[in-house]
Design a binder for this molecule. Structure first.
Ligand SMILES: NC(=O)c1ccc[n+]([C@@H]2O[C@H](COP(=O)([O-])OP(=O)(O)OC[C@H]3O[C@@H](n4cnc5c(N)ncnc54)[C@H](OP(=O)(O)O)[C@@H]3O)[C@@H](O)[C@H]2O)c1
Length: 290
């Protein structure tokens, strides 16, 4: 345990989709937040105002010492490009310096899918002396604003090869808040939570909600894996990324991403955000850049 009364919590991936909301949620609590980022000079004022900002890079172990000074708990996000080995070495370093608790952002079903890095990283964390909380999250609603945004704003379509499979989309803001809960309240150590939104929707229904809220027709053409791969390739996405996306959307196609749980509601003390609320809140970002 640290000498001070105030717990110090390190957030990795602090500028990312989930991390930024974990930082904001922790800043509202009685803890000291440390945002670990590769380039401290470029962080938003929200992150700078939330607490300390430290230079941190999973691929540069020389940055880990400063980042871990006085840290009691870590919100651990694996950036997609960082190797499993680097994440595991960082976890070992955290264990060595006496970090008490790691909350790890994982993916729904990671416990059963031995092929994915999340499965092995979860096991690695559980094999250390650190107390852990696994946040196994469903598909982020925010994916619509990231990799799929060009299709929505330029072509008014949602172009994902998910067939008619349903997905229990979760809002990254809710995951960030859930991370703050598990790291600052008692009763969440050595546990795993399946974080989903309140309902499972197919992409046709998501397109209908988008049309309704954005007040312009958005369609779901239900593309094949090949059509999706071709479009991503034309957009210059690397083959490895395209293969990963095809694998992920195949799970959705098969209905394996549809499970809805009560874990988000239990942790947040309120229902998780709906897809409609997400699109309403981010409506301006679904418009073409002027
Ligand atoms: N998308 C989904 O639907 C979904 C669902 C379930 C689970 N997940 C999991 O969520 C994780 C990604 O979370 P996210 O979407 O919030 O991340 P993200 O938006 O991709 O952000 C990644 C963050 O990592 C930082 N970063 C990149 N390289 C780094 C390095 N070498 N060292 C330290 N930091 C580095 C980046 O910050 P700087 O560039 O500022 O350093 C950025 O803040 C993945 O593990 C993914 O498998 C995603």
């Amino acid at each position: 345990m640290g000498q001070t009364m105030t717990e110090v919590l390190l957030v990795t991936g602090a500028t990312g989709t989930v991390g930024q909301h974990a930082v904001a949620a922790l800043a509202d609590r009685d803890v000291a937040v440390k945002s670990g980022v590769r380039n401290p000079k470029t962080v938003s004022t929200e992150i700078a105002d939330a607490g300390a900002v430290v230079a941190f890079d999973f691929t540069k172990p020389e940055t880990w010492g400063d980042a871990l000074v006085d840290v009691d708990g870590v919100f651990l996000v694996r950036p997609p490009a960082v190797s499993e080995a680097d994440i595991n070495s960082f976890v070992d370093a955290a264990a060595r310096v006496g970090v008490d608790h790691v909350a790890y952002l994982s993916t729904l079903g990671a416990e059963k899918n031995v092929l994915i890095p999340h499965h092995r990283i979860e096991k690695h964390i559980m094999g250390t002396d650190i107390q852990y909380t696994l946040l196994r999250s469903s598909f982020f609603m925010q994916n619509l604003l990231e990799v799929h945004r060009p299709d929505i704003v330029e072509r008014n379509e949602i172009f994902v090869p998910a067939g008619r499979g349903e997905t229990s989309f979760v809002d990254a803001r809710d995951i960030g808040e859930a991370a703050a809960v598990v790291l600052t309240e008692s009763g969440h150590t050595n546990r795993a939570y399946d974080l989903t939104g309140p309902e499972a929707l197919d992409y046709g229904t998501v397109a209908t909600i988008c049309s309704d809220v954005l007040d312009r027709p958005i369609t779901y053409p239900n593309p094949s894996l090949l059509a999706f791969a071709r479009r991503m390739r034309r957009r210059g996405k690397p083959l490895g990324f395209i293969a990963l996306m095809c694998g992920i959307y195949t799970t959705a196609r098969l209905g394996l991403a549809a499970r809805v749980t009560e874990d988000s509601r239990r942790l947040l003390g309120r229902p998780p955000r709906t897809m409609r609320a997400f699109i309403e809140d981010y409506a301006a970002e679904f418009q073409a850049d002027s």
